[in-house]
Design a protein around this ligand. Structure first.
Ligand code: GLA
Length: 382
């Protein structure tokens, strides 16, 4: 059964009729540029061929009802009362987007929304942004808002920051909305602006392998907030608005200005911005075979300076590299989630086998391994 069939069947169960339409939004992997987005910096993610789909219809009584194929819960609320603090749990993502689009101001019709997904949840592949962006494109159509993609990305971020309480940047939503086939999305988060960069893998004999550690994370708690606060401290101490405004040449002065931990956090961001720009340029000139070393340097910077990796991810990265990956790194916010490896297609079976074996030997839970391809961003599919 396809996602479309499944979500349509569930919509029938809950609403008793067919949906007005079906919209879809992809998850993402970040190729490089981690924890740079909220520092006004650069990121280079790609949308992947794993999607969240939403079946949606208008309703004329001002209510919003959201259900999903993942749980039996159906949440019903007045659109006018859909504001931060009023919703918790998974429904905060779709309802947060409706709030961010102005839904609580009272002049929009209600909606029935049913969600299904094949993006693994909590794996660092932006399952939350995929829900937000699918709902955002659906509401944009059904409420005839005529917003552009960057405005929809912003609504997704507001939902996440204000309704869910996770202080994330905009990278995930921009990737999910601006993705293109055979391309990565170069984001300048300060403007913000998104631009496609060539990332054709199949014709180069390459693949991106996701190595999901299955260790779950949440960015509404703990480490993510701490890292963001450290970056903001460093920017204030250096008299700049964002760490984006510092260059690698500024690092000696930074070292004299802040404590060691704050310095290492900021050094990750400053060097990561430089790596993103270098990789984007290399993809234009030399193609994906040329970028492996930058992925490795990015991982070491996250592991040692930003300290957001975990043993399961470090192991996957190391074993992938030892068995022929051109590069590998943690992807996403960290503290769990997944790594990616850029892999010659003929090395895939060996790498998958060796990563599984290494996890078994270390007595880690089995990893979830799968190949992803760069895909088109969110839109109506039926
Ligand atoms: C999460 C956040 C993004 C970004 C990454 C780290 O995915 O949602 O905004 O900060 O972590 O690069």
């Amino acid at each position: 059964m396809t996602l479309i069939d499944r979500v349509t069947a569930r919509f029938h169960d809950i609403v008793g009729e067919s949906p007005r339409g079906i919209w879809s939004a992809p998850g993402r992997v970040n190729i490089i540029g981690e924890h740079t987005d909220y520092n006004g910096g650069f990121a280079l993610p790609m949308a992947i061929d794993r999607h969240t789909v939403v079946a949606v219809s208008r309703r004329e009584d001002g209510l919003v009802r959201v259900g999903s194929t993942l749980s039996g819960d159906v949440v019903t609320t007045e659109l006018a009362r859909c504001v931060p603090g009023s919703v918790s749990g998974w429904a905060a993502y779709p309802l947060g987007v409706l709030w961010a689009l102005g839904g609580s101001r009272g002049h929009f019709p209600g909606l029935d929304i049913v969600i299904d997904t094949d993006v693994p949840i909590g794996a660092g592949l932006s399952s939350s942004a995929a829900i937000e962006c699918a709902v955002a494109v659906a509401a944009n159509d059904l409420w005839e808002l005529d917003l552009d993609r960057m405005q929809l990305a912003y609504a997704g971020q507001r939902a996440e920051n204000d309704m869910v309480g996770a202080p994330t940047g905009m990278m995930d939503q921009i990737a999910s909305l601006f993705g293109e086939e055979e391309s990565a999305v170069l984001i300048d988060c300060q403007i913000p602006e998104a631009q496609a960069v060539p990332f054709a893998l199949a014709s180069e004999g390459l693949a991106v392998l996701v190595m999901n550690s299955t260790v779950h994370h949440s960015h509404a708690t703990g480490g993510y907030k701490d890292r963001r606060a450290a970056c903001e401290r460093a920017a204030v101490a250096m008299g700049v608005e964002f760490l984006r405004d510092l260059a690698v040449d500024d690092l000696p002065r930074l070292r004299e200005t802040v404590d060691d931990v704050t310095f290492r956090r900021a050094r990750h961001v400053v060097t990561e911005n430089a790596r993103v720009r270098a990789v984007a340029e290399l993809l234009e000139t030399d193609g994906p075979h040329a970028i492996g070393d930058f992925l490795v340097a990015s991982h070491l910077s996250m592991r040692d300076d930003f300290e957001i990796s975990i043993p399961q991810i470090d192991l996957a990265v190391r074993v992938a590299r030892e068995n022929g990956a051109l590069g590998a790194r943690l992807t996403g916010g960290g503290f769990g989630g997944a790594a990616i490896a850029l892999v010659p297609r003929d090395a895939l079976p060996t790498i998958e086998h060796e990563v599984r074996a290494a996890y078994a030997e270390a007595q880690f839970d089995a990893p979830d391994l799968f190949v992803v391809t760069p895909s088109r961003g969110a839109g109506r599919i039926d």
